[in-house]
Design a protein around this ligand. Structure first.
Ligand code: DGJ
Length: 760
């Protein structure tokens, strides 16, 4: 529907967005925040009017307007939205004006000739600047969960080249937002939260790694003082791009403040010839009451996608930490056999299977089985895995190349480099330039053959280095990260289209490529190379701020962590791994029979609860005691929940106090009880509310959220699971989603039972 509106009000999922389309400036946000309720055109006008400052003093003589693509000429002195110019230095200060508006929303009501109210859907606004000879199509999409995303497409309408340095989008945030939550991190310790005051100036978080980054901002939030998981107004921004990107929060001395994001282009990376187009990534904006609500806006939207992974996420065993590069076929077959017997559903062969790959120094690029280690190819393993009823997964690092490989020797020009000198090696590897059509086709052919020949159902797609000085040798070394990133998405999509059902996991030295665009091309993320449960608790807590549990690989590793050297109980490892797409990364042939028995119990428990885990709302408790973390999932119908209580350090107080279980229906009565899988968590001494047979107590959701239950005595580094079920449900004939899951899993008798049966 085309329209000549000047104000648009989008309302959905608890979010309102009000957009003004003026004659003298490109579209600007008048309001973005909690739902304003139904509006009239007069009310919308008043909303706009009441945001205009009094003029006077040494200041611009007309009110300063902040379009979504910020322009300096309006009086805004902060970061600019469109930065570019022509070769002679002109056309650097854009003045975009709206030409046309298109509204593509199923529910749209005209409030007057000038104003319109819509539900979820897309607004497309075409703008142009005759002097600079550019046009920009702005797309704003209000998603079903109240998440807003914005994208811009710039076309060079001139006769000569236009050098683009930056095209980004920004939204105003209210002055009540006085704190910033950003993230940092490093290999094996990803997503470390950073709280800083939102002060005058700009907090700019840039990524120049050619991948999303260990220290990616994820969603950068600004919010009112002290915002937490369950409360406090927050405004988040996420630039969904797996190459270079930036987000920022900027506050100017005149009281205006914005958050924004976009791709970070390297010098000369985008030169648009006449008629050529550049599109920004989607930039996502979430406003919410607390971080949990912000997470639910993203999770709910991802989960509503047609191609979202099903809740039946298969229990996965990956052999990386079990064997590393030591590929002994008999040993791998033994692990596969044991895996199947304890209930594993997917077996993944990691790095080390291809030509010349005996350690990390050689082989990347030569994607065919190593003749020494795999003389009969991978079939002996893939056939056995399939024969045992498991899916077969294989590790690749498609965009990488070792200088010591047949491929590098044959095509040194396919390596990304900004000059005739190669960038520094990183893990002994360089980057294969997928923007070169021959390189792309070669890789695609090799991968397709393997997927077909071995019936591969799952690819662990690794990416173990930053892109440094990543140029295209076929273009004189011109920066190529933008093209490389888009080529990667294209290759992933091509393979998934050719092999329906193929699942790709995005791994990048662990968790360095997790973002909402990668989430459109893959089904799973590997959050970190560190599987130590203590570290993982924190990594997962913040990764799930953006990505729902079913898309986050979460494994039980060996008793002593290969990354930290810290040892932990199976109870802690299992209780931590449960909160994600469950798997194992441990040589179970070396585990004791008791350990395998307990592991089988964790697998059973995961299978019984995966529907709840992967459909429920994420709930993280706000605790005054940082040594105690509470997190859970609550079914969307609020009939049940599963929580974990984690002791992460020794507390300054003992016996501690109560902890709260939020997110349930305040009016309903629930049975709350501890759940022990395998052995008791270390040092567990029951508080009275557990009851003599650990059948718990009955309390209302309100009591659980406001008063809570007392902490048991527990050693440090332990997880205690707590289940919550609405009491009336137990008598009801209605089948809840959890009961359905139990019914589905019931046909597979207890895994421990199966184990015994098969071993007989
Ligand atoms: C890094 C990954 O994160 C690990 O899980 C493993 O696949 C190695 N790469 C293999 O080189």
């Amino acid at each position: 529907m085309e329209s000549r509106v000047t104000m648009l009000h989008g309302r959905f999922g608890g979010t309102s967005v009000v957009l003004a389309i003026d004659e003298d400036v490109s579209p600007r946000i008048v309001y973005w925040g909690p739902d304003l309720g139904a509006m009239t055109d007069q009310l919308l006008e008043a909303l706009d009017l009441t945001g205009v400052e009094a003029l006077g003093g040494n200041a611009p003589s007309t009110p300063v307007k902040l379009p979504i693509i910020l322009e300096n000429r309006t009086g805004w002195n902060g970061r600019q939205g469109l930065v570019g110019h022509r070769a002679n230095g002109t056309a650097w200060s854009p003045h975009l004006i709206t030409d046309r508006v298109e509204i593509n929303c199923p529910h749209a009501t005209s409030l007057s000739a000038q104003a319109m109210e819509t539900g979820a859907g897309v607004w497309r606004i075409w703008t142009s600047d005759a002097f600079c000879a550019v046009s920009v199509l702005l797309e704003l999409e209000l998603l079903s969960t109240g998440l807003l995303r914005v994208k811009a497409h710039l076309t060079n309408a001139g006769d000569d080249a236009y050098e683009l340095e930056e095209l980004s989008v920004a939204l105003p945030v209210p002055v009540e937002a006085t704190e910033i939550l950003d993230f940092t991190g490093r290999w094996g310790r990803e997503r470390v939260p950073l709280r800083v005051p939102f002060e005058i100036g700009c907090r700019l978080h840039e990524q120049r790694r050619g991948r999303t980054g260990f220290d990616a901002p994820m969603m950068m939030f600004v919010g009112e003082a002290g915002f937490r998981f369950r409360s406090g107004r927050v405004y988040g921004v996420h630039a969904a791009f797996s190459g270079n990107q930036r987000v920022w929060a900027e506050k100017c001395p005149d009281g205006r403040q914005v958050i924004g994001g976009g791709e970070l282009l390297m010098p000369g990376e985008i030169t648009l010839g006449p008629g050529e187009l550049y599109s920004t990534p989607w930039v996502y904006f979430a406003q919410a009451d607390g971080l949990d609500e912000a997470a639910s806006r993203v999770h709910g939207w991802l989960r509503a996608r047609q191609r979202h992974p099903s809740t039946n996420r298969p229990v996965t065993l990956n052999v990386w930490e079990a064997v590393y590069f030591d590929h002994d076929v008999e040993h791998l077959l033994e692990i596969a056999q044991m895996a199947a017997s304890i209930g594993v559903e997917r077996f993944v062969l990691d790095d080390g299977w291809f030509h010349g790959r005996h350690d990390a120094t050689a082989g990347l690029g030569d994607w065919y089985p190593d003749e020494d280690q795999w003389p009969e190819g991978l079939a002996p393993l893939s056939d056995r895995v399939h024969g045992l009823g498991m899916q077969f997964g294989l590790w690749f690092e498609p965009e990488m190349i070792n200088p010591d490989s047949e491929l590098a020797r044959a095509h040194p020009d396919w390596i990304m480099a900004a000059s005739d000198e190669w960038p520094v090696e990183w893990r002994h590897q360089q980057v294969l330039n997928l923007a070169i059509p021959e390189a792309f086709d070669h890789l695609h052919r090799q991968m397709s053959l393997l997927i077909r020949d071995y019936g591969i159902e799952y690819i662990k797609w690794d990416h173990n280095r930053d892109l440094l000085a990543a140029g295209d040798q076929h273009k004189g070394g011109r920066a190529g990260i933008h093209a490389q990133t888009l080529s990667t998405y294209r290759l992933m999509d091509l393979l998934c289209a050719e092999f329906p059902g193929l699942e790709i996991e995005s791994c990048s030295s662990g968790g360095a490529r997790i973002d909402l665009e990668m989430a459109q091309h893959t089904a799973r993320f590997w959050p970190s190379d560190c599987i130590d449960p203590l570290e993982r608790q924190s990594i997962m807590r913040w990764t799930e701020q953006l990505i729902p549990l079913e898309m986050l690989g979460s494994h039980v590793a060996s008793p002593t962590s290969r990354t930290t050297g810290r040892s932990s109980s199976l109870s802690f490892r299992g209780g931590t791994a449960l909160w994600g797409h469950f798997g194992i990364e441990w040589d179970i042939s070396k585990a004791s029979a008791q350990e395998r028995y307990e592991l089988a119990q964790w697998i059973d428990f995961y299978k019984e609860n995966r529907i709840l885990l992967f459909t429920g709302d994420l709930v993280r408790g706000d605790s005054a005691d940082e040594s105690l973390w509470v997190q859970g999932v609550v079914a969307t119908d609020r009939s049940e929940g599963l929580f974990e209580l984690t002791t992460r350090k020794r507390s300054g107080v003992s016996p501690r106090s109560r902890f709260r279980l939020p997110g349930l229906d305040p009016e309903r009565v629930y049975c709350v009880r501890p759940v022990v899988v395998g052995a008791d968590p270390g040092g567990l001494i029951d508080p009275p509310w557990f009851g003599a047979t650990r059948d718990g107590v009955e309390m209302t959701g309100r009591m659980l959220a406001l008063s809570g239950v007392h902490t048991p005595k527990l050693f440090t580094d332990q997880v205690l699971l707590i289940s919550v079920h609405e009491t009336r449900d137990q008598q009801s004939a209605e089948i809840s989603p959890h009961e359905t899951s139990t019914a589905l899993n019931a046909e597979s008798a207890s895994t421990a039972g199966k184990l015994e049966e098969r071993n007989r």
